[in-house]
Write a protein that binds this ligand. Sequence first.
Ligand code: UT7
Length: 333
Amino acid sequence: MTKIRAAITGVQGYVPDYILTNKELETMVDTNDEWIVSRTGVKERRILKGEGKGSSDLGAGAIKGLLAKLNIAAEDVDLIICATATPDMIFPSTACIIADKVGAKNAFAYDLMAACSGFLYALSTASKFIETGTYKKVIVVGADKMSSIVDYTDRATCIIFGDGAGAVMLEPAEDGLGIQDAILRSDGSGREFLHMKAGGSAKPSTHETVDNKEHFIFQDGQPVFKAAVKNMANVSEEIMKKNNLSAEDVAWLVPHQANKRIIDATARRMGVGDEKVMLNIEKYGNTTNGTIPICLWEWENQLNKGDNIILAAFGGGFTWGSIYLKWAYDSNK
Ligand code: UT7
């Protein structure tokens, strides 16, 4: 019997219109364009403006575009998994809100949280529903309104993050294409370096926590940077070895866009040249769960059926991982 694999059959991104440039950040905190570009690679990022707008609006924007592009009715979607670190509310899930906004009445929907590795965790989880023959149309959407948890007086974090979303459709493939392998890891002892101090069950929000800015991202940049370089490079090398892939075999590396220096280190370890690395951090910064699908969306026209693609991410938790897939279609070029 032919093995059923989960193949990405379409991808769509959604970024809000407002562009927050390094120049504008220079008026908000003590920083400069040269420092930001040389230390991170970010030149500008998108910000979702508007009262009451949340990650679900970004995710719904991506999914509406995806369904229109694939000519698939929202009612035909079986499942929506939303990877997000910035849910609209603690509950209900953002996935439920997105499903409602796009009219996916027959889908069940849930969120999955793994910080910046969430899209990979969700893609791997979703692939099992396809591989087992349980469902035929599963959407994975990574959506984050990072501006909702960024302290715009903290120059070490406000320069990195941006808002955005990307969604992929997963469908069964019996031609050997699609998701081939995944290696996912976590180490909760890394939580002290990257977390939000208050607003969860361990420390619910109070006037005091808000006064202390504990509802914003806390990041100790250096240890996160070191762990990201080490683990993203290790796991990407590991998945190549496990699947007997040489650097020549790899058509594209699609890395989480947290810092250009982390991406460069990963590509170097894999032996993959810059021309094979998807990089758009300069335009969007770190959109957390949005980075990888937004890259796939922007590069879609350059992807060919059968391309070996390595996705790699590292994020809060710590969480990290790598997915190896064979691209399943030729785009309209
Ligand atoms: O996606 C989730 C996972 N997150 C990550 O992967 C992020 C990992 N960490 C990083 O990308 C980097 O650590 C940062 C970009 C956050 C910071 O870069 P860094 O090279 O590690 O800088 P640093 O924190 O060691 O700071 C170096 C200096 C400090 O000044 P002193 O103490 O040497 O005088 C900072 O105060 O740079 C200063 N600095 C800045 N200067 C100008 C920090 N932020 C800024 C800034 N503009 N925006």
